[in-house]
Every structure is written in structure tokens, then in C-alpha cells.
Design a protein around this ligand. Structure first.
Ligand SMILES: *Cc1c(COP(=O)(O)O)cnc(C)c1O
Length: 361
């Protein structure tokens, strides 16, 4: 067996300990004589799994009692519709467009009401976060929407927008559990888990209770109402049980690492190794404005497409996988989520230094 350093943006690297534990429990989960994949979601064993997972994420994120934690399906993209269907009482919402994921959410919301793009960084290929201190927030906006960490472009909101009292909704798919958050600042925090938490197929929605109502847009399917899942404690129908089980293990792993403050410290240290190298390199350069750099996704280029391709190819051969940048940005992107060990980034930088030496004209 040999594992590579996997810099994929998602689905992405998971802690090796978690994978090993899951492997050990594959045939017989804690004396049940079956795999978690094979058991009833109404069984006592699974009830314990989902209850513990919820308790652990509540502890990690310090989630107040007036917020529900929902384990849903449909990925982050399903939330692009579910949010307006459930929250657009006035049929107005404001969107801050900082990348493709925010833009997709904005376009989807237009199906259900008036979605306003109140700020955008598209003019510079989403390489920065716009100033959100005094935006033209709509008076009757049901919510203000952001994508907090932009997976493709490698930017992150370092301060949350001033929503002027409106409910903040945030897609945190690619920065989930990477640092402490103040949940009370949001109406909804949600993320697909396949970036930083678990296997694809689970989306976690943390939602303030007053936003969970029966007053949804006409025609909203039962499965797309937050109330359905909140009332049934995420067991209205068969949930993505195995995925939830792995997420639960990752929560326990995070607790063992020392929690989110510790993860932030480690993530900052890890990202700094790569950014410091990029800032002094004569061959590679980062594509994002310094103050808006993500700790999770680090895009960079050489400025020469052929050389980029050569780098990706040689890196792969050396055991550094999935470094090719998103098709809309080109170049390279290293996603360095919670489970990427510091040695992975150190070795990558070593490899980049060597590549630079050999290819600098
Ligand atoms: C990956 C990603 C999505 C899409 O997730 P799916 O689960 O594939 O729908 C949405 N938002 C962000 C920020 C992402 O990184």
C-alpha cells in the first residue's frame, strides 16, 4: 500500500486514522455483526452514531441551542434552491458574488424571487474579496448570501459582510471546521462535507430555529423543507448513513487534535509554508490578493501554460496528486485541508524549489 499526497479540491484527503478505523469496523461495527452500510437507520447503533456526531459538531463549533444541525443529501448545490425556497418570504435576497459557487447560488435563487448581486469580484477573475462594509443591502432582503471560502479562486472572507441587520447565509463547504466560527453571526451555515469533513453525499446545515417554518414558497417539495428534516432529526427518510458515520469519526479526530482553535493554528502554519515560498519564488506566483488568501485552497501559476502542464505532470510522478488548477483559472491549485499533513506541504515546496531550479530560464 502506498498513499500519495492528495491535493484535490474535493472529494479530498481524509485523516488516515479515520480511514483505518472505518476499515477495521467494516465487517463488524462494534459487535453488531454488520457494517454501518448494512444497518437500519432506525437501529440503536445508528441512532448513537448520528446523535454523537451531532453532539460532537455542536461542541467543536460551539453551536448555540437555538440552532439545529441537519444532515441532508443533495450536496451543497441542492442548498442553492433550498435556501430561497425556505427563506424568501419577501422574495428578495442579496448575493455577494465572489466566484462560481456564489454565482450558481445567485442564478438558482433568481428562479424563486428577486436575487440581487450587490457586490462582485468578477472584474478581476475573483482574485479578491470586495469591500463589504457598506453595501447597498435591500431593505426587504430576506437574507444576504456569501460563499465564505472560494474553493476555485482561493479567496476567503476574513471579515463577514455588514448585512445591516439582515440574516447572513454562508456556504462554508471548503472551510468547514478549519477554524473557530461565531455561529451566532449567521442564520444558516452550510457545507457539502466532501471538501474538509467526509465523503460526498452529505451536506450539513446549521440553521437558526426561527428560520425553520412552514411558510415556504408554494410547491416546495417536502424533502426540500428544513422543517421536515428538523422535526425528524434528519431521519425523515433514509439519511446518507455511512457518510454521516465517517463525518462523526472526523469530528472525533478534530476533537483529539485539540479542536478548531488548534486546527486554525496548524492550518495557518501549513498555508504559510506555501505562501512564503510563492512570495519569494522567481518562477511561481500566487493568484490571489494577499489579504484575502484562503488557508485551504492555494492557486498559483508560472505564467507559462506549457510549464504549468509540465509541473503538474512531474509532480504527479513524484507522488503529489491533483495539483492541476480549475479549468477556469488554469495553472495549479493545492488544496490543503485539515487532513493534509504539514509534511505534505513541506515536501511539495521542496519539490517546487527543485522544479524552479531546473526550469528557470
Ligand atoms: C464543491 C463546492 C460546492 C458544490 O458542492 P456539491 O456537493 O458538489 O454540490 C458548493 N460550494 C462550494 C464552496 C464548494 O467548494
Amino acid at each position: 500500500m502506498s498513499r500519495v499526497y492528495n491535493f484535490s479540491a474535493g472529494p479530498a484527503v481524509l485523516p488516515e486514522e479515520v480511514l483505518k478505523e472505518a476499515a477495521n469496523e467494516m465487517l463488524d461495527y462494534k459487535g453488531t455483526g454488520m457494517s454501518v452500510m448494512e444497518m437500519s437507520h432506525r437501529s440503536k447503533a445508528f441512532e448513537e452514531i448520528i446523535n454523537e456526531a451531532e453532539a460532537d459538531i455542536r461542541e467543536l463549533m460551539n453551536i448555540p441551542d437555538n440552532y439545529k444541525v441537519l444532515f441532508l443529501q443533495g450536496g451543497a448545490s441542492q442548498q442553492f434552491a433550498m435556501i430561497p425556497m425556505n427563506l424568501m418570504k419577501n422574495k428578495v435576497a442579496d448575493y455577494i458574488i465572489t466566484g462560481q459557487w456564489a454565482k450558481k447560488a445567485y442564478k438558482e435563487a433568481q428562479k424563486y424571487g428577486k436575487a440581487n448581486a450587490i457586490a462582485s469580484s468578477e472584474d478581476k477573475t475573483f482574485s479578491y474579496i470586495p469591500d463589504c462594509s457598506d453595501l447597498p443591502i435591500s431593505e426587504d432582503a430576506d437574507y444576504v448570501y456569501i460563499c465564505e471560502n472560494n474553493t476555485i479562486y482561493g479567496t476567503k472572507f476574513k471579515t463577514l459582510p455588514n448585512t445591516k441587520g439582515k440574516t447572513l447565509v454562508a456556504d462554508v463547504s471548503s472551510c468547514f471546521l478549519s477554524e473557530p466560527v461565531d455561529v451566532t453571526k449567521y442564520g444558516i451555515i452550510y457545507g457539502g462535507v466532501q471538501k474538509n469533513v467526509g465523503p460526498a453525499g452529505v451536506v450539513i446545515v446549521i440553521i437558526r430555529e426561527d428560520l425553520i417554518t412552514e411558510d415556504v414558497l408554494p410547491g416546495t417539495p417536502t424533502m426540500l423543507q428544513y422543517k421536515t428534516h428538523a422535526d425528524a432529526k434528519s431521519l425523515y427518510n433514509t439519511p446518507p448513513a455511512y457518510g454521516i458515520y465517517i463525518c462523526g469519526k472526523v469530528f472525533k479526530w478534530l476533537k483529539k487534535q485539540g479542536g478548531l482553535a488548534k486546527m486554525k493554528e496548524r492550518n495557518e502554519k501549513k498555508a504559510k509554508i506555501l505562501y512564503d515560498f510563492l512570495d519569494q519564488s522567481k518562477l511561481f506566483k500566487g493568484t490571489v490578493v494577499k489579504e484575502d488568501r484562503s488557508l485551504m485552497n492555494v492557486p498559483f501559476v508560472t505564467g507559462d501554460e506549457e510549464l504549468d502542464a509540465k509541473f503538474v505532470k512531474e509532480a504527479k510522478a513524484a507522488g503529489f496528486e491533483n495539483l492541476k488548477g480549475h479549468r477556469t483559472v488554469g495553472g495549479m491549485r493545492a488544496s490543503i485541508y485539515n487532513a493534509m499533513p504539514i509534511e505534505g506541504v513541506e515536501k511539495l515546496v521542496e519539490f517546487m524549489r527543485e522544479f524552479e531550479k531546473n526550469n528557470l530560464k
